[in-house]
Every structure is written in C-alpha cells, then in structure tokens.
Design a protein around this ligand. Structure first.
Ligand SMILES: Cc1cc2nc3c(=O)[nH]c(=O)nc-3n(C[C@H](O)[C@H](O)[C@H](O)COP(=O)(O)OP(=O)(O)OC[C@H]3O[C@@H](n4cnc5c(N)ncnc54)[C@H](O)[C@@H]3O)c2cc1C
Ligand code: FES
Length: 277
C-alpha cells in the first residue's frame, strides 16, 4: 500500500491554464517525499499557508497524458482558498498532501463496455478514467464518454474533448448542454438524453459517473433500467472534508467516511444513502 504523509509538501505550479472565467487548470510538480502514485478517483488536500486547505480531485495522473512527475488540478473559485489558488501563476508554490481516498482496483473496470459520464465540474475527476481507458484501449469493448454542461461556455477541457472526439474508432464522445448560446450547433438537453445513443449491450458493462446528486438520481434510474448491475455502476460523492484521512469525521455520511472509504463508490454500496443518491 502507498502511504501518504499528513505533512503538506510545497509543490511548484508549472503552468496555469484558464479554462473559463471561474476555473483554472494547474499543472503541478508532484510531491517527492513519498511515492506519488494516485489512482483515478483519488484526491489531494491542497493548501496555502495561513489561508486554508481543501480537497481537490486529481484531474490528471503522472505519466497518463501528462509528463511523469507532474499532475493536474482543475480549480473552481468557490471561496477564500480556491479564489487564491485560481490566481497562482507558473513558478509559485501550493502545498499538497495525499493522494487520498480509496484505490479501487482498476481491473474491475476492464473487460467489457465502459460508459464514462460527467456533469459539469465532474469532468475533472472523470478525466483520469477517460485517459487511462484510452491508454489501455485494447482491454475494453466499446467506450462511451457522455459529458454534460449547463451551457457551452462552461464546457471544460476543450482540448481533451477535441482529441477524444478525433479518436472516433476508439471511443464515442457525446456532449450536451442544458441551454445553448450563440454558435452552439450541438445537442441541447440533460445528460440522460444521450443515453439512447450508447451501445445497448449492458451485460457486464461498467459505468463511472462524476457529477451533481441530481444527475446521479436520473442517471442511475436509466442505467439500472438499461440492465446495468448495481455493483458495476460507480460514482464519486462529495462532502466537506477537513483531514482527508478518516480522523475528523467531517465527511461522514451515515457512518461512511467519504474521504477514506470513497469518494468513489459502487451504487450498491451507497444506494441506502438518500442524501447522496
Ligand atoms: C473529494 C472532493 C473533491 C473535490 N474536487 C474538486 C475539484 O477537483 N475542483 C474544485 O474546484 N473543487 C473540488 N472540490 C470542492 C472544493 O473542495 C471546495 O470548493 C473547496 O473546499 C472550497 O474551499 P474554499 O476555502 O475556497 O471555500 P469555502 O469558503 O470553504 O467554501 C465556499 C463555498 O463552497 C462550499 N463548499 C465547500 N466544500 C464543498 C463541497 N465539498 N461540496 C459542496 N460545497 C462545498 C461551501 O459551503 C461554501 O458555500 C472537491 C471536494 C471534495 C470533497
Ligand atoms: S475528512 Fe476527516 S474524516 Fe473524512
């Protein structure tokens, strides 16, 4: 097992790429004091001295579409810390501890059809799943990537979307927005309107979803109706976190510690949590 220190390590921002007026993608030099080998679905605790600390999902893993020794974070301005983090520029430091969260054995996702679903900011934690699945393309049958945003201006990772769409034979990438703006020639509607277009064979298929609870409620109903098994529908849950390692109890939901036992769960594990799904 990879141990993570509780002591934040200063890590240099290598690049800060504005995605939208509210969101910035940071390319960061990975911590060096312990092996930094995150899995898709994990997160890090990020801090600035004297300001605060917050959990942020890993939006790219070292060596998986990103150079070895670096990782990426997609940061949305929400409050004091994230406002300052989105203003960092190349060369400045932010403090990182982790990776934290459950390490789900990747082979559980392989061997069948894979459906990857992201709503809004959920594309940040979902991106390492898409990247790894495309890197190991031969281990899957069909790959469908379904992405929804509130409007075209809020679509994240446009460069990735273009390159994933260009790999037409490898994966089907479908986008939709809740409301269009000028120049949008794509689909309009909530994300479940894309479900009719995906490959129908669901025997042993796996779905991984990252997005808001309202998306989960509708998407889960559709997936189960399509024949997905409850233990093969995966989703990430969010809760306010303080320690990130199962000590403070802040992230507890009905006895589940989201920081340690999650944030990635199968639907079967959390279907009893009405506040989550
Ligand atoms: C596992 C996990 C992964 C996350 N990944 C990302 C990510 O990749 N990118 C990103 O931009 N944000 C992510 N977040 C949310 C991020 O942690 C919060 O936006 C951040 O803590 C806000 O800190 P702040 O000091 O800037 O604002 P604060 O002043 O602490 O909060 C600003 C506002 O955000 C709300 N808020 C804080 N945390 C959460 C939360 N967990 N869920 C809903 N509302 C919250 C507060 O209630 C308040 O209204 C993630 C959260 C979790 C639990
Ligand atoms: S954040 Fe402290 S126990 Fe989960």
């Amino acid at each position: 097992m990879v141990q993570s220190s509780m002591v934040p390590e200063p890590c240099r921002v290598l690049e800060a790429i504005r995605q939208t007026p509210k969101e910035v993608l940071l390319v960061v030099a990975a911590p060096q004091q312990a092996p930094f080998q995150p899995e898709p679905g994990q997160f890090v605790m990020v801090s600035l001295p004297g300001i605060g600390e917050a959990p942020l999902s890993l939006a790219a893993l070292p060596g998986e579409g990103t150079p070895e020794g670096t990782f990426e974070l997609l940061v949305r301005k929400a409050g004091r810390l994230t406002n300052l983090v989105t203003r960092l520029v190349a060369g400045e430091l932010l403090y990182v501890r982790g990776p934290y969260g459950r390490r789900v054995a990747w082979d559980q996702f392989e061997g069948s059809n894979l459906m990857l679903i992201a709503g809004g900011l959920g594309l940040a934690p979902l991106r390492p799943f898409v990247r790894r699945a495309l890197l190991r393309r031969e281990r899957f049958r069909h790959i469908d990537v379904l992405i929804g945003a509130r409007n075209p201006d809020e679509l994240l990772f446009r460069a990735d979307l273009a390159s994933w769409k260009a790999r037409r034979d490898d994966a089907r990438v479908l986008l939709t927005v809740d409301a269009a703006s000028d120049g949008w020639g794509g689909r309009i509607g909530v994300i479940t309107t894309l479900f009719d277009q995906v490959h129908p064979e669901t025997e042993d298929a796996v779905a991984v979803m990252c997005g808001p609870p309202v998306m989960y409620r509708h998407a889960i109903r559709r997936l189960l109706a399509m024949g997905f098994y409850e233990n093969r529908v995966w989703l990430t849950l969010e809760r306010r976190m303080k320690c990130g390692v199962g000590l403070c109890g802040n992230c507890q939901m009905n006895g589940l510690y989201l920081c340690q036992q999650g944030p990635l769960f199968s639907y079967r594990e959390v279907r009893h949590l009405s506040e989550a799904v």
